[in-house]
Write a protein that binds this ligand. Sequence first.
Ligand SMILES: [Zn+2]
Length: 409
Amino acid sequence: MRNYVAVTCSVLLAAALLALVIDPENGIFNEYSDHVDRELDEPLRVLAMVSAPTTAAPTTTIAAPTTVAPTTSVTPTTWPPPPTTWPPLPTTTSPPATIAPVTSAVPTTKAALKPKAKKKPKPEAQTEPTVAPTPPADKNLDGGVVISPTGIALPVIEKLAEGWKVETPCGLAYTIVDGTHIGSADFVIDAGHGGSESGSVGPNGLVEKELNLDVANRVASGLEALGYTVVRTRTSDVRLPLKARAHIANALSPHAFLSVHHNGGATQRSSVPGTEVFYDYGAPESKRLSGLIYEEMIASLSAFPTSWVRSVRAGVQARLNQDGSDLYGIHRYTPDVPSVITEALWISNSGEADILARQDVRQAEADAMVRAVTRWRTTSDAGSGFNEDFVDGTATGTGGYGECADPLL
Ligand SMILES: [Zn+2]
């Protein structure tokens, strides 16, 4: 029996180590690990249950969710080595003969990015995956993106005599001649997940990637109706690595970059929507926009009563790696762009998944984001719902370049 236990433990340990090694994006982004995080947060959740408000507060006086001490014990202290080989060229699409590795334009490491004045200096200890070669240039030569005929936004590397040299979602160089060039945008709207990455799935079968795309489209349309220019990272069911999404935002220098998600994982009951919003660490305007989005979302979504749930992170905060960098790639890869990740409701909770299937609820969520953006641009309102920033680098990691296959461009 003792031998059996020892062998079992060894196998589990080996499996965990293997998972780290084959998962170069570990810690970059996803909420699949929510159930893991929540389990680790169990003692804190008990505290939160004691102090959580029992009645819905008026929208102008939303109580900040329970402050949670940084979780310093769950962050890996070492990082897996970056991959040293290129991913195979896409086989499911038909890349032209001109496709070649990016060698000169899009930064892939923090060191290659232009320093971001609004953020505190951060250690360079964390090694970024370098599937795409690190280019020497610190910005796009001509800027902007080219929207391909299939609706994919491709950051421009270089203007050619005929067409553009652009970066594909998988980080490869590609020559395109029949796209539409967009030099800048007021906002970049990102629908989280897509393609093989479904995100959370609700008890009613609602799939997060589809919900995210629908809400993101509604947000984009709402902003466009106000006269803003908007670029969407995806307009169809395609998988985009996080760096591809970030590079689109970087290429367009928008006022803000909004990534739309819906949450999943273990939770506790709540008297108000358990909305979570994440901002750029050390970036006041990203934080203010996040607080406004939270405020508007709570006001809007509370109008659709259901059995709400929340985690200890309900509210607004930055989530950090142990080295002080933003955990989420959406933030870390866009050092010059205020970025926000929204987790409006819990798709894993049947009551919330049911209302999220409704068009009016999705529109209310999108309208809340549009109102928040308007307030952000036209007032100095501070927003509300702020928690302490916290350290928790635990994530299984999706959104990397690994096994990347470019969509049809
Ligand atoms: Zn998500």
